[in-house]
Ligand binder design. Structure first.
Ligand SMILES: *Cc1c(COP(=O)(O)O)cnc(C)c1O
Length: 231
């Protein structure tokens, strides 16, 4: 099945089921090394630029959570899928709030009051509860995300004024090979998560999930390491 999986790192299993199982095993081992319970860490498969057939194959192989950056791309790709929790991980444009809430169950990228208000309003209008995370900026190269120091106030305000269930924090790590810098950024995210409250600290991608697990991640967002290189 040529479509099932994209080119992966050397030594990676050549089936989606194999890649997902191996990712789960590696996360579990890293959790244990960090003195944590493997069950504390959820795996979101990031399906951007991957075809719908591959998403379905991943769900068949036991993946339960999937994520996309663009509502437009996800709308047709995610329509009528087998049961899966769908995470929006792209930038929230307020004029797309309705489309985002229609397609997704979790909005991970609330980085300003306007965005949170628009998502809360769309959720009320559609009668669809959404879980939200506050996206913080812990990386100099990242354009989006609220300053970590401002995250608790943003979360409190959205919970109180909009009834938006803010359930934690999401961040994108710095794009660097400096493992120390990655660790420092993720520790900042963990401190912010402690101040914001909730159940979810969404940090860690294909290149930095081990540091994220070390720093307390409860949700890693993995694209390339599962699905292979994006075209
Ligand atoms: C693309 C993306 C991911 C997954 O990245 P990989 O390096 O392919 O694992 C995770 N989170 C966000 C916000 C992304 O945009």
């Amino acid at each position: 099945m040529k479509l099932e999986v994209g080119v992966g790192p050397d030594g990676a299993p050549n089936s989606l089921a194999g890649r997902i199982a191996s990712m789960r095993e590696r996360i579990a081992a890293a959790a244990l090394r960090a003195g944590r319970e493997p069950g504390e860490i959820a795996l979101v498969g990031v399906t951007k630029k991957q075809p719908r057939e591959r998403v379905i194959a991943a769900l068949d192989a036991g993946l339960t959570d999937i994520g996309e950056n663009y509502a437009q791309e996800a709308r047709s790709k995610y329509a009528g899928l087998p049961d899966a929790r769908k995470h929006f991980i792209g930038h929230v444009q307020t004029n797309k709030a309705k489309a985002i809430v229609e397609t997704f169950d979790v909005v991970q990228t609330i980085d300003r009051l306007d965005a949170g208000r628009a998502i809360a309003k769309a959720a009320r209008a559609l009668g669809k509860p959404v879980r939200a995370l506050v996206q913080i900026n812990i990386s100099p190269a990242e354009r989006f995300g609220v300053d970590p120091g401002d995250a608790p106030a943003l979360a409190a305000r959205l919970r109180a004024d909009e009834g938006l269930p803010v359930d934690g924090v999401m961040a994108i790590g710095p794009n660097t090979n400096d493992r120390g810098e990655i660790g420092r950024a993720f520790r900042r995210a963990a401190e912010t998560f402690a101040a914001v409250g909730g159940t979810t600290l969404s940090i860690g991608m294909s290149g930095d999930w081990e540091e994220a697990v070390d720093c307390g991640s409860t949700m890693v967002r993995i694209g390339t390491a599962i699905f292979g290189e994006r075209e």
